[in-house]
Design a protein around this ligand. Structure first.
Ligand code: SPD
Length: 305
């Protein structure tokens, strides 16, 4: 996103993998490699899969943690159910990125959804996930899923007015995925939505790191600013993902319908439905809580988050 920031890369030392995230300035986090399951460079990025005693199987792209078996539920359930349950009748969903299949798995739990498109630039991530991450890659087996190996920007240009919800499940903003954090991509997402459509994107940072003001422009506020110029309603949500720097992940959402209220689910799940959907993290109370931020973050995000 900020071109002066070098793209992250894989750092493995003495049997540990070290993430020096470019937004978690002056800190690193390390995970012991109990087994190195896969380490190869694809055409686009460096892919690592390890086994760790505490977090199970873990996926890293260009040195940045993407998911762990233990806590991926928090990320995937949030990035999917927050937007889908804020839409009155989501039928057609596009996932940009998401090659591990975790977002697909959660989208497929919605019976209103008729079509699920996944546009992933790096086919190798899908291949590796199918082999080493069956708990997320199970998402590919749903018959409504269509996979497109393509650049998300190009796919959006060719698919105007088609989707009720677009979820951007990207890797970090400083590397390969940087274009997915820019205004032209958001303009294209807006044009690819049906009337009343919703977008939800992982915002890379958390408010704690952004508060340090070390990066310009910071990711969450930049994304919010972009969305506010294009959409009448925006919102910011946070979920707890222990393996991510700071243990949190932030999501920015926006709707073309000025009456959308993200902060409480439009359709509430019963306990029975939550059980049937095998939800580990999300429920209707959690939905409301995801939009509650500390005072400093509310100020940073502005009045309408
Ligand atoms: N800083 C970590 C951001 C990772 C976002 N991508 C996660 C992919 C999981 N499907």
């Amino acid at each position: 996103m900020d071109e002066s920031v070098p793209a992250p890369s894989t750092l493995i030392k003495d049997g540990w993998i070290i993430e020096c995230s470019d937004y978690h300035v002056g800190c690193s986090q390390t995970f012991r490699i109990d087994e190195l399951l896969y380490h190869e460079k694809s055409e686009f990025q460096d892919i690592v899969v390890i086994k760790n005693e505490l977090f199970g199987t873990m996926l890293f792209l260009d040195g940045a943690i993407q998911l762990s078996e233990r806590d991926e539920c928090a990320y995937h359930e949030s990035i999917v159910h927050l937007p889908l349950l804020s839409h009155p009748n989501p039928k057609s969903v596009l996932v940009v990125g998401g090659g591990d299949g975790g977002v697909l798995r959660e989208v497929a739990k919605h019976s209103t959804v008729e079509e699920i498109h996944l546009c992933e630039i790096d086919e190798k991530v899908i291949e590796v996930s199918k082999k080493y991450l069956p708990m997320t890659a199970v998402g590919f087996s749903d018959p409504r899923v269509k996979v497109h190996i393509q650049d998300g920007n190009v796919f959006l240009e060719d698919n105007k007015g088609k989707f009720d919800v677009i979820i951007t499940d990207s890797s970090d903003s400083s590397g390969l995925a940087s274009v997915l954090f820019e205004k032209p991509y958001h303009q294209k997402m807006k044009e690819a939505l049906k009337p009343g459509g919703i977008i939800c994107s992982q915002a890379d940072e958390v408010s704690w790191t952004e508060q340090q003001g070390r990066f310009s422009p910071p990711c969450i506020t930049k994304l919010l600013e972009v969305c506010r110029t294009l959409f009448p309603v925006t919102a910011t949500a946070t979920s707890n993902v222990p393996t991510f720097p700071c243990g949190l992940c932030t999501f920015v959402m926006a709707s073309t319908n000025k009456d959308t209220v993200f902060e409480r689910p439009l359709r509430k799940l019963t306990e029975r439905e939550a059980e049937d959907m095998n939800l580990q993290y999300y429920d209707s109370e959690l939905h409301a809580g995801a939009f509650v931020h500390p005072r400093f973050a509310r100020k940073m995000f502005g009045a309408q988050s």
